[in-house]
Ligand binder design. Structure first.
Ligand SMILES: Cc1ncc(COP(=O)(O)O)c(C=O)c1O
Length: 435
């Protein structure tokens, strides 16, 4: 099947539009103006888009006692966290850094849950000190560790046991988390025993169970199957006299990068209603990608077009900015920013970055118009798992980040300066002597 055209990509993304004079707009802002003033590569996120998506997901969940805990890992910028926190979102964090970011952005500790297969003692102590809502415990070993730390601190940790429901989410193997052989969660068969054990441990108050079966999930069926297993577990625990007040349903809602038709928020909510809905549970959901992915683009400029066996467009953005194509073979739309460029006849081109890896390839045989040096393109749907996964590989400074709101915009992260690249490095004279 052929790739969607620029017009098709834009038609499916209401926050993007091609203006005859100003070129590609994100919400009301010409991306060319941002590229001109801030330079490229540069991330741009739309506040209005994030808000609209949050509202759509909240609407779909209406009627359930459901609480959104934004998965900070998807995009951890303080301004993004502030926008979501102000809408009422809590946070799902997986490290001390994310916990402190969420707090710094104004998200109350009582609205933070801590997930992750390997929390350190220091991280658990910090979670206890902050008084967060819940720790999602992933093993018997972690439960023992938390019990010891909570007792020593004179606190009681609210705990959900993260179970592994052994359901294939049908997504990329690198982001599947709910199959038995994945490292995540407690095997379903051991969960009841561990829950009872948790109830007997000092410093631990088991409040519910949690699950998260993967990311970029496109179908409702795996959710329904996983939630049905969670419901069965809840009923079993209650029948055994154990109190279960909540289920954390995880995140994972997919978005269309190319032309996928992902599970809708309504179908996701329907899967929850059909399985967990009648159990009088407090429900948590942890979406990341769905809220912020479509709201962001990565702006890049053409360095040169190289003629070889194929047409090769070399951009100034690379895999160290957006690693998803290299890591997951992910497809991202690439759209010219200039309206004049966008209407010229297209031909296939490989789109690559300057990093010294063949994996540094954004697209192969992508139909694009001729693009002169310095022409700007927008790599779409880069708001999630974009900047957060950036590195400085090849000593490339971290790119600037910009937030757009209506027709206004502001830089929310300065481009890293070259000298920042080696800040904190030392050349110890005593070790430099030549023997
Ligand atoms: C425990 C947990 N919750 C939520 C998420 C968010 O996933 P997504 O961004 O796909 O919604 C993840 C990401 O993998 C996760 O590990």
């Amino acid at each position: 099947m052929s790739d969607p055209t620029t017009s098709e990509l834009l038609a499916a993304r209401p926050h993007l539009a091609m203006h005859a004079m100003d070129g590609l707009l994100l919400e009301g802002v010409p991306l060319a103006a941002i590229a001109r003033e801030v330079g490229t590569p540069c991330w741009v996120y739309g506040v209005g888009t994030i808000r609209a998506r949050y509202a759509a997901l909240s609407r779909a969940l209406a009627g359930l006692d459901a609480h959104l805990h934004y998965a900070v890992k998807a995009n951890d910028h303080l301004a993004v966290l502030r926008v979501l926190g102000a809408l009422g979102a809590g946070a799902d964090v997986v490290s001390e850094g994310e916990l402190l970011r969420a707090r710094a952005a104004g998200i109350a500790a009582g609205r933070i849950v801590f997930s992750g297969v390997g929390k350190t003692e220091r991280e658990l102590r910090r979670a206890l000190d902050e008084g967060i809502a819940q720790v999602n415990v992933e093993s018997a070993e972690e439960l023992a560790m938390l019990s010891g730390l909570a007792t020593a601190a004179g606190r009681v940790a609210s705990v959900a046991l993260r179970v592994n429901p052994d359901i294939d989410a049908g997504t990329h193997p690198k982001i599947t988390t709910g199959i038995a052989h994945n490292k995540f969660g407690i095997p379903l068969g051991e969960a009841a025993h561990l829950y009872r054990h948790a109830a007997s441990l000092p410093g631990i108050a088991p409040v519910g169970i949690a699950l998260h079966i993967g990311s970029q999930i496109l179908a409702a069926a795996p959710y329904r199957a996983a939630f049905a297993r969670a419901a069965e577990l809840v009923r079993g625990l209650r029948a055994a006299g154990l109190a279960v007040g909540s289920v954390d349903c995880g995140g994972g809602l997919g978005i269309p990068y190319r032309d996928e038709i992902p599970v809708s928020p309504e179908a996701f909510a329907g899967a929850i209603r059909a399985t967990l809905g009648g159990l009088g549970l407090r429900l948590l959901v942890e979406p990341g990608r769905w809220l912020v992915g479509p709201a962001g683009v990565l702006l890049a400029s053409v360095i040169l077009e190289k003629q070889g066996a194929a047409r090769i467009l070399v951009l100034d953005a690379a895999m160290n900015e957006l690693i998803r194509p290299a890591m997951y073979d992910a497809w991202h739309g690439i759209v010219p920013v200039s309206a004049a460029d966008a209407v010229r006849p297209v031909s296939p081109a490989d789109v690559v970055g300057p990093v010294c890896e063949s994996a540094d390839t954004f697209a192969r045989s992508r139909l694009l118009p001729p693009l002169a040096a310095k022409a700007c393109v927008a790599i779409l749907d880069a708001g999630a798992y974009g900047a957060v996964m950036s590195s400085t590989y090849n000593s490339r400074p971290l790119a600037a980040q910009v937030l757009v709101h209506g027709e206004r915009w502001a830089v929310i992260r300065e481009r890293q300066k070259p000298a920042d690249l080696w800040a904190g490095e030392h050349i110890p004279p005593s070790l430099m002597q030549v023997e």
